[in-house]
Each structure stands twice: as C-alpha cells, then as structure tokens.
Design a protein. Structure first.
Length: 131
C-alpha cells in the first residue's frame, strides 16, 4: 500500500464533503457539535457508507496500549477520519488533534469540519498524514 496514494481517500472525502454540505444546508450553523455528528452519521449511513461513531483510539507508550478518552468523531470506511466542530473558528489545536487521530490510527487522511460557519466550504480543512 502506497502511503502517498490518496486516490480512494480523496474520492471518499469528496463524497463526505458533499453529504456534510447537505447537512449544513438543512441545519445551518449554531447547533451543538453532537447534533451535527448525529445528522452526518445518519446521512452517511443512508448513502451506504460504513461508519464508526466515536471510535476509541488507544494511546501507546513503551509498547503498552493505554485506554483513554481519545475518540474519533466519525471514521468512514475504516479510512477517513472526521473530526467535527461547532466553534467560532478552528485553531491549530483542533488541527493538531485531528492530525494525532490520523497518525495514531495510521490513516492517510482526515477532515476537520467546523459546522459553525456561514458556508461549510469555509469550515473544512484536510489533514494529511505525511509520515
């Protein structure tokens, strides 16, 4: 598997972004993150995509796997990490959080999606695992 070949992930991300835009169009900004998570999960499932909501992520240190509170908001097709926010603006901390999930799970791509924006296009950041 070529770690630099993102063809599948990019195609999946394009589909997911379209679905997220439908959710945003229907609900608009201003709701809590959990509302967007539930709505997006519902729409993704209806599109026939395999998803895991609040996928737990282990923390590994010295070869030991520790249980902790880390969880991916939505994992799509066991390939694409979705980290959802409903904040005034995303920060470097949000980006780093998403990147950590991508790296911890050895995924290639993640999307940081902030629904609290007038146009969803302005609230989406791609997060690529380059390691």
């Amino acid at each position: 598997m070529d770690r630099y070949d993102l063809t599948f992930e990019n195609d999946l991300a394009t589909k997911v972004i379209g679905i997220a835009m439908e959710v945003h169009t229907q609900l608009g900004p201003g709701l809590l993150e959990n509302a967007y998570k539930q709505a997006l999960a519902y729409k993704l499932r209806n599109e026939g995509l395999s998803i895991e909501v609040e996928k737990k992520m282990p923390l590994i240190i010295d070869g030991a796997e520790l249980e902790n509170g880390y969880c991916i908001d939505i994992l799509v097709e066991s390939k694409l990490v979705l980290e959802l926010k409903a904040v005034e603006r995303t920060t470097d901390i949000h980006f780093a959080q998403t990147l950590n999930y991508v790296k911890l799970g050895k995924f290639k791509l993640g999307l940081l999606i902030n629904f609290n924006v007038p146009r969803l296009k302005l609230g989406i950041r791609r997060v690529i695992n380059t390691k």
